[in-house]
Design a protein around this ligand. Structure first.
Ligand SMILES: Cc1cc2nc3c(=O)[nH]c(=O)nc-3n(C[C@H](O)[C@H](O)[C@H](O)COP(=O)(O)OP(=O)(O)OC[C@H]3O[C@@H](n4cnc5c(N)ncnc54)[C@H](O)[C@@H]3O)c2cc1C
Length: 454
């Protein structure tokens, strides 16, 4: 545990998850003096309750920023899997490849890379919040209760779902808090199986298992006899006995008996489009803190790496010109929205429409998309959002019930309009007010269009 703070800090990063570690390392490699504050001890960095699945596109994104998992960090390379809908009534093959990470090994390596690049790690130390927002000064508390203020030219909140600085006046625009319908909750265990897996290269996903409407249950293989099993939904749908839902799901797995878990726990994540503004004066927010996980399926590892990579480049440029104001850091939000935020916003719109429909319609839509190989295409790849509205429109032409046709056509229009708005994210803060006005208008329309479904 490091107690003394470095004398002068260019970039103070709160949180050593994938977003914070990649950002800190990239900025240090470019010559900035970087301090990374992490509430866990260094040896626990990477111990995160997570499904740990990253698609091949995600791995590509991570490679761009020097964070692709090595062979040792990937428990398994998967080549697709099975999706089950409607209590087993529909079984589909998925063809998307990816990896299941050994998250601790992966997290430890990202941290080691950051430290090797010159980042000062301050572990066993929590950020409590702002001491003085104007001078970018935050309050830190070490595990032995010692407290101190820390000040930097730029402060970055990469503290994950808790978003310790973002929630209290970090960005230039304070967004509304998350609704219960926009907070993902998942319980997962990592456990050995008593028999060899039938196919350890295939994932198994059940859409909307009992007790987790709007969510999914998963089995991600981590070798011949080890699995990461979980169930996730939103806080709105999860009952007080959510763990029972996991128990039922685990007990229902075909041909699989799980031994006592070697790791277990629940976690929260934001399932909403990115915050409208990801920067403020001397401030940036990255990863789950900036709501950058995918709102449809919750994948947030690759997005946080992407955000960390972009944020580092923009911070380096801003410190080079000496402009660390909102305007000087604006490019980070602009680039993130264009590269991924527009797609996540489109995914959020689709999720809202799906949430408003009865289960049989959801199953019909997913089934039709899957038949065309479209589920995999629109789920993750950067830039896939444009195809999303076309696919939804196509399903509308096949649907038989007029009310579903109308809903799907509306959804397609809304997805397309949302995506266009985010691709047209303002290039400077001066246009942000009018952009925000259009965003609010779209959100009102979306609420109207998805109200009173089911
Ligand atoms: C149950 C579950 C399953 C998931 N499954 C997947 C999946 O299969 N694939 C996928 O891509 N994504 C998945 N995600 C999402 C993914 O885990 C996150 O999106 C990703 O970890 C975000 O990275 P991050 O760097 O923003 O934050 P985090 O990984 O959450 O890291 C934040 C860091 O900040 C530290 N911290 C927090 N508060 C403070 C503070 N006040 N002071 C100092 N340090 C602090 C934390 O200890 C942590 O180390 C899942 C999430 C959950 C909850």
């Amino acid at each position: 545990m490091r107690r003394a703070l470095p004398d002068r800090i260019d970039l103070l990063v709160i949180g050593a998850g994938p977003g914070g570690c990649v950002l800190a390392r990239r900025a240090a490699e470019a010559g900035l003096r970087v301090a990374l504050v992490e509430r866990s001890s260094a040896h626990d960095v990477g111990r995160k309750v997570c499904g740990n699945a990253v698609t091949e596109d995600g791995v590509e994104t991570m490679r761009e920023y020097g964070a692709a998992p090595t062979e040792a960090e990937a428990a398994t390379q998967v080549w697709g899997g099975t999706i089950i809908l409607g209590g087993g009534s529909v079984r589909m093959d998925a063809h998307k490849s990816g990896v299941i990470l050994n998250r601790l090994t992966f997290g430890q390596r990202l941290l080691a890379d950051a430290v090797a690049a010159g980042v000062e790690l301050i572990d066993g130390c929590s950020c409590l919040g702002w001491t003085d927002r104007g001078s970018a000064t935050v309050r830190l508390r070490w595990n032995d209760d010692k407290e101190a203020d820390a000040k930097a030219k730029i402060v970055v909140d990469a503290s994950g779902y808790g978003a310790v600085l973002t929630q209290h006046g970090g960005p230039s625009h304070q967004a509304a808090p998350l609704d219960r319908s926009d907070v993902g909750i998942a319980y997962r265990e990592i456990a050995a199986t008593t028999e060899d897996l039938e196919d350890p290269k295939q994932v198994f996903v059940v859409v909307g298992p009992e007790g987790a409407r709007g969510g999914y249950g998963w089995v991600f293989p981590m070798g011949d006899r080890l699995v990461n099993v979980g169930v996730g939904t939103t806080l709105l749908e999860a009952g007080s006995r959510f763990k029972d839902c996991y128990r039922k799901f685990a007990a229902s797995l075909p041909g699989m008996t799980l031994a006592d878990p070697i790791d277990a726990g629940a976690g929260l994540l934001p399932l909403r489009r990115p915050l409208p503004s990801l920067v403020g004066d001397r401030f940036m927010t990255v990863g789950d803190a900036g709501r950058q996980a995918n709102p449809l399926h919750g994948g947030g590892i690759a997005p946080s790496v992407l955000a960390g990579g972009i944020a580092a480049e923009v911070a380096v440029a801003a410190l080079g010109t000496g402009d660390t104001s909102t305007a000087g850091l604006w490019d980070y939000g602009l680039r993130f929205m264009r590269e991924l935020g527009a797609q996540h916003a489109a995914h959020e719109v689709l999720r809202r429409f799906l949430d408003s429909l009865p289960d049989r319609d959801v199953h019909f839509i997913v089934h039709e998309l899957a038949k065309r190989g479209a589920v995999e295409k629109v789920m993750g790849a950067r830039g896939a959002g444009a195809r999303l509205s076309a696919h939804v429109r196509l399903v509308a032409t096949i649907a038989k019930r007029p009310s579903l046709v109308i809903t799907l056509m509306r959804a397609a229009r809304s997805i397309s309009a949302t995506q266009s708005l985010y691709l047209d994210y303002p290039e400077t803060p001066s246009r942000f007010g009018s952009w925000l006005g259009q965003l609010e208008h779209q959100k009102t329309e979306l609420t109207r269009a998805t109200r009173g479904g089911r």
